[in-house]
Design a protein. Sequence first.
Lengths: 287, 73
Amino acid sequence: MAHYAHPESLASTEWVAGHSQDPNVRVVEVDVDTHAYNEGHVPHAIAWAWNTQLSDTLRRDILSREQFEALMGASGITPETTLVIYGDNNNWFAAWAFWQAKIYGHRDVRLMNGGRKKWLAEGRELSTSMPEVKLTSYTAQEPDLSLRAFLPQVQEASSLHTAAMVDVRSPAEFTGEILAPPGLPETCQRGGHIPGARSIPWGKACNDDGTFKSVEELRALYSGEGVDGSRPVIAYCRIGERSSHTWFVLKYLLGYDKVTNYDGSWTEWGNLVGAPIERGAASAANG
Amino acid sequence: MKAEDYQERELELAGWPVKLASYRLGAEWYAHADNVSPGATLARRKGETREAAEQAALERAEELLRHTHRRAV
């Protein structure tokens, strides 16, 4: 069996159980459902709320460098800390946090493979106590924007086919049958997808227990849609968190070099005046 | 404290597939219902029994799912 391109970017539940008290390790839970942490969490883990602590809610943006530094400092993290992130929904927003940590140059970031679901299913210890945090002063790197796609790059990729675009939403969102995942608020005016995008739902990268599939399975999944690392890839979803999960898979598990997360995603493109869209199934792959 | 008697099952609510997970933490039962595709939690509830927690989570999930409309494409 082949190995992931960057196995050091994953931590097993077993490893976390043995290291959550390590002073050089900070375990952070980031959930879609921000109440999950309060039920019980990995002992000594802290929590970040994606919608308030990992987003600039005034600018509709990721954290600024200063905001990121403040969050890390308040979390007792230094640039040398091993940061292990996990969460619900197979690490959706944990991957979003991982992506931002990499944008700001944190060296050792890992996702706990299987996330909260695997921890619970394995019957591992849970705590409802908040750990004491010793504040630090954290200096981040300049943002690495090669990890992030903005609208002009996506427009160019769509019209000139300069990158493979991966729509990681559900098939019904991709076709335009629904405007948002079932049960969630409809946050755009139109249904469909960016012209030229391939539909590869994020969840196909995961096993039933929440862990990531093998390299062989992942390679087959993406190369079957023409995404083989031979050209740049842009991943998108609705608001950028599911696509950060796919970004992680392509960049850290398969080792593709030029992978960006378009966090503007469908809530930007789908609401944009004059932007072309496609509805229904994907057209033939562009190769 | 550990999650005990963890169970998952799939069912249909308001025409949508839903995954329901439930487990016991200490003296209380917890349940959460998510939409299978993509897997976002719709409702998280607790109760004195598994059935009570599951029922409460399903009621809230169904309420939310009723607002999702399918469009012709």
